[in-house]
Design a protein around this ligand. Structure first.
Ligand SMILES: NC(=O)C1=CN([C@@H]2O[C@H](COP(=O)(O)OP(=O)(O)OC[C@H]3O[C@@H](n4cnc5c(N)ncnc54)[C@H](O)[C@@H]3O)[C@@H](O)[C@H]2O)[C@@H](O)CC1
Ligand SMILES: Nc1ncnc2c1ncn2[C@@H]1O[C@H](COP(=O)(O)OP(=O)(O)O)[C@@H](O)[C@H]1O
Ligand SMILES: [K+]
Length: 503
């Protein structure tokens, strides 16, 4: 787990770290530059023409150190100095002095910025980092606009693209990087979908500040890593029987949308559930039985929509429930959901149409508790909490919602966030754009429900479910790219266990 801390805390973190370790700030900058160069060497050839654009702060200092290190390794480097070098930070100055004499370094005047033609394959952006405190203007703005206009040039941002604030939404312009190599932890604003076009692909490289040290600065925001997930998985004995792996119930479907709940059930089975049962309208029974023989089916008395019959329908015999996929929002279904939530007392995942029903019938929110996990995508979330101006506001409201209703709130998308009532918020690091396909969310519902049924606590179930769902998406899309569909993600779940070394 990587701590995500705010930009304003970094200065203190740096000072405390170098004091505790008895090292210089220059050494820490060198660590950052070395980490960047290791990544760079794996991704770029020595015959690439690399332009390193350096500002006057410590981000620029990183850039100058990177230039020196790559030059020594035989890369074709040219340095462009942007901004007022008179105001350079001490470590930036030092790294400027350490530049080899033969390494070309050009101070860019406003005139140069306007007229210079760049002949480069790779731009390394080290103009401004997390110290940015106002919208870009003047030379920085002009340079960023010019670099953004370059085509056929890969742009790699050091720590964060120039102009992007570490914790806020962008105002004005920023460098549009193809790749961002962020030091130690991803900056909070790199999680916002509004910034996708600036961040590009995100890589995080360690610079030697250990987790234990980082924890002193915790702001209860975390970026999930594979090692956090492997240790949250339960081990099952070789005598385990299907009951140990849990009985789960997937509730949903309506005429024309039976596939949704069927996919949740298949995902639950592929995640390891001992027994999976679907609770669907009568029209869905044959469909599911014919296509998924491992699943049992309970038929609702409603032909096309779920309807609640008398009694408790035996739902409390299940270890966990996933409810909502494809269920629609008819009046009978609203009554059904209310009756279900009233009767069923175990852990549950509430998704899709069930969330929309909660949005339209706020009194049902009273059924939420610590065992409830809501999994809205952005639109479903805004139906629930109202319009949000930007993702930062959404993340704030997700925490508020979770705390107010004592439930877990999973806000889906790239870097899915998971908010807990105690104010902690986790960000996912797996998954990719090829998962933006109908039914991918139903798969997630099945996976989290499965972990709940296998006896995982709510927190472990949701963290393992979200992370492993993204991993399965990555595996599925490796050779299918944008041809990936939701059932491919289900097929890839077993391989996600292999990657995590969980049996
Ligand atoms: N622990 C860490 O995270 C480490 C951070 N390092 C680097 O240090 C960077 C932060 O360095 P700094 O705090 O010096 O910040 P920057 O390098 O971002 O530069 C800040 C300077 O730019 C000025 N400035 C801010 N906004 C501006 C704007 N819109 N136009 C023009 N000038 C502007 C500020 O007044 C200040 O002088 C990080 O992004 C990272 O690259 C590394 O060197 C080592 C360790
Ligand atoms: N660009 C993306 N990067 C990472 N994950 C994504 C991306 N787009 C979608 N996903 C994931 O795919 C799933 C889509 O869910 P959802 O929108 O509910 O789809 P559906 O309603 O069709 O099932 C979510 O888990 C989401 O996090
Ligand atoms: K930068």
């Amino acid at each position: 787990m990587l701590e995500i801390i705010s930009g304003s805390s970094v200065k203190k973190l740096d000072t405390d770290f170098i004091t505790e370790k008895g090292i210089t700030s220059h050494r820490l900058m060198e660590n950052a530059a070395l980490a960047f160069c290791d990544w760079f060497e794996e991704n770029y050839h020595r015959n690439d023409k690399v332009g390193i654009f350096c500002g006057p702060g410590n981000n620029g200092g990183d850039g100058l150190a990177i230039a020196r290190l790559l030059w020594r390794k035989g890369y074709d480097i040219i340095v462009f100095l942007v901004g007022d070098t008179e105001k350079a930070s001490a470590d930036c100055r030092l790294n400027r002095e350490l530049l080899p004499d033969k390494l070309p370094a050009i101070s860019m005047s406003s005139d140069d910025i306007a007229h210079m033609e760049f002949d480069l394959n790779v731009v390394v952006d080290a103009m401004l980092g997390i110290g940015v405190n106002r919208p870009l203007a003047g030379d920085f703005l002009n340079m960023v606009v010019k670099l953004n206009d370059l085509s056929n040039v890969r742009k790699v941002a050091v720590d964060i693209p120039t102009g992007l604030p570490a914790d806020e939404c962008l105002q004005g312009e920023a460098l549009k990087a193809d790749v961002t190599v962020s030091f130690q932890y991803p900056k909070f604003s790199l999680m916002f979908p509004e910034h996708a076009g600036y961040v590009g692909v995100l890589h995080v490289v360690g610079i030697g500040i250990g987790n234990k040290f980082m924890r002193q600065f915790t702001e209860s925001k975390y970026y999930l890593q594979p090692s956090d997930i492997s240790k949250r998985h339960l081990n099952f004995s070789r005598f385990a029987h299907k009951g140990d792996f849990g009985r789960v119930l997937l509730v949903g479907g309506s005429y024309g949308s039976i596939g949704a709940v069927r996919m949740s059930a298949e995902a639950a089975l592929r995640t390891g559930s001992g027994l999976a049962t679907c609770f669907v309208p009568a029209c869905g029974v044959d469909v599911i039985q014919a296509s998924l023989p491992e699943v049992q089916v309970i038929s609702s008395s409603g032909e096309k929509r779920l309807c609640w019959d008398e009694g408790d329908m035996g739902v409390n015999r299940f270890d966990a429930v996933g409810i909502g996929p494809g269920m629609g929002g008819s009046a009978e279904t609203v009554t059904f959901l209310e009756s279900f939530l009233n009767v069923y007392k175990g852990p549950k995942v509430i998704d899709a149409d069930a969330i929309n029903i909660l949005s339209n019938h706020k009194k049902l929110l009273n059924y939420l508790d610590k065992d409830a996990i809501l999994t809205p995508h952005i639109k479903e979330f805004e139906r629930l909490v109202g319009h949000c101006e930007n993702h930062k506001q959404r993340l704030g409201k997700a925490l508020e919602f979770s705390s107010e209703h004592s439930c877990v709130l999973v806000l889906k998308g790239a870097h899915t966030s998971i908010s807990f009532p105690d104010g902690t918020q986790y960000f996912n690091s797996t998954g990719n754009k090829h998962m933006a396909t109908g039914g991918a969310g139903d798969v997630l519902t099945g996976m989290i429900t499965s972990f709940l049924g296998q006896g995982y606590g709510t927190k472990n179930a949701v963290l393992c479910g979200v992370f492993q769902h993204g991993l399965a998406g990555e595996i599925a899309s490796e050779d299918k790219k944008r041809g990936t569909i939701a059932t491919d993600i289900i097929q890839a779940i077993p391989k996600s266990y292999l990657q995590l070394n969980v049996d």
